[in-house]
Design a binder for this molecule. Structure first.
Ligand SMILES: *Cc1c(COP(=O)(O)O)cnc(C)c1O
Length: 418
């Protein structure tokens, strides 16, 4: 469900024609729908209503401050994977006591920052990290709340690049070794065990892998309880999929229906870490067609958004619908939709049948709200796109378009070259 629809042949973001936004703010342009963001966040709150829970939005999916502020106002927390994300989340007003911190490569500085900020817990990914957090906490004369990120060895049936919970992955602690690591944590003087964490992958389109993972983790929780270790937080991660093309993913209600029966009677606080399923379909990338180029045996539609703006097609071979912003009666053609970047891998779609596109018209790349802007770069010295939030008939610039000056802002010419 989202609020991008055609009205009288024009694609609207809520009540605003996307064409108006493109003319006003330029392209490439990320456009988000406030109502959609709200609805998707609220879906998690409603699904787990009645059970103690915190919805910790995965900041890496979209780290715009205005969007984080919205979730903060709705009672949301944050799942972070770096000191930078901690900074952004705190600035946006997310309470530190609702922030959980995962990631395999936390540095001492990042650990100290999180300890000073008094986050809810560290989701620890290895033995050496556990020892390092203990060391930093000792230096700071404090104690670090920790959960172990357990790798339950579940194949969620998604793209290999976004599968994270199998033995071959760098993430988490193999479930066979979990008891040993919890024993170690109990021995360390400056960490205290508060929870357990899993995150098995992303763009998962069935509930069963979540249920399988939870069953394994609950067995671990029971084993720990038998050894006198009681946990307060159960963090089941994120990973629910969205519709890009014709997937029919479960919604948070379906997820809750799968998980809640297993949690009945347990005295735990449930943490979820949704990213894509909240913001993915709440954003589009608006681009303008620059040239239609006839190749020997294919047609290239060259647009002004490239892999530096949206890398998902290049990186994951991801599918995004691409629609003309203004509908017209026209024939169809097959295009490779490509960007201006000097890489053969710079494409938004390949072999795509779509209405014949005119030079200069606007197109909407759908479902671009997650891992879109947050993965964008300045490659080919391209200033990053602007971001706009639409609320009803109103629209707000929530990130300015970068300028050419921004491209050289941090460069320094050494004296011998002056
Ligand atoms: C990326 C990530 C998420 C969010 O995943 P989505 O598929 O966007 O819901 C949650 N938790 C952790 C630890 C992650 O790395």
């Amino acid at each position: 469900m989202h609020h991008f629809h055609y009205r009288a042949g024009e694609l609207h973001a809520e009540d605003v024609p996307v064409r108006i936004l493109a003319e006003r703010y330029g392209t490439p342009l990320y456009v988000y729908s406030y109502q959609t963001l709200r609805r998707h966040f609220q879906a998690y709150e409603t699904a787990f209503d009645g059970y103690p829970h915190v919805t910790c939005f995965a900041v890496k999916a979209n780290s715009n401050s205005a969007i984080l502020r919205l979730f903060a106002k709705m009672g949301g927390g944050a799942d972070i994977v770096s000191g930078g994300e901690l900074f952004v989340a705190l600035k946006a007003g997310i309470p530190s006591q609702k922030i959980v911190y995962a990631g395999v490569g936390k540095t001492d500085d990042e650990i100290a920052f999180a300890l000073r900020s008094k986050i809810l817990m560290f989701n620890v990914e290895s033995e050496n990290e556990l020892r390092e957090i203990d060391k930093v906490a000792r230096r700071m004369q404090t104690k670090a709340p920790i959960a172990l990120r357990i790798n339950p060895d579940i194949d969620p049936g998604t793209h290999p690049y976004i599968t994270t919970g199998m033995k071959k992955h760098k993430f988490g602690i193999p479930i066979e070794m979990a008891l040993e690591y919890y024993r170690l944590a109990a021995k360390l003087g400056n960490v205290f065990v508060v929870g357990v964490h899993t995150h098995i992958g992303s763009q998962i389109t069935t509930v069963s892998p979540f249920v399988d993972a939870l069953e394994r983790v609950l067995r671990l929780i029971d084993d720990l309880a038998a050894r006198g270790v009681s946990l307060r937080y159960l963090d089941v991660g994120g990973g629910l999929g969205i519709t890009y093309q014709n997937e029919v993913p479960p919604d948070p209600q379906d997820l809750a229906k799968g998980l809640m029966p297993l949690l009945k009677g347990r005295n735990l606080t449930l943490i979820t870490e949704p990213g894509r399923s909240i913001v993915g379909n709440a954003g589009i990338l608006v681009t303008r067609s620059l040239y239609i180029k006839k190749g020997v045996d294919k047609k290239f539609l060259i647009v002004d958004a490239g892999m530096n703006d949206l890398i998902r097609p290049s990186l994951y071979d991801a599918y995004h619908n691409i629609f003309p912003v203004v509908k017209r009666k026209r024939k169809k053609a097959v295009y490779d939709v490509v960007g201006p970047i000097c890489e053969s891998g710079d494409f938004l779609a390949r072999g795509r049948e779509m209405p014949i596109v005119r030079q200069g018209e606007y197109l909407a790349v759908m479902s671009a709200g997650a891992y879109g802007f947050s993965m964008s770069s300045n490659y080919n010295s391209r200033p990053r796109a602007a971001e706009v939030l639409v609320k009803g008939e109103k629209h707000f610039l929530i990130r300015e378009r970068e300028t050419y000056d921004d491209l050289v802002r941090y460069d320094r010419i050494p004296p011998f070259l002056r």
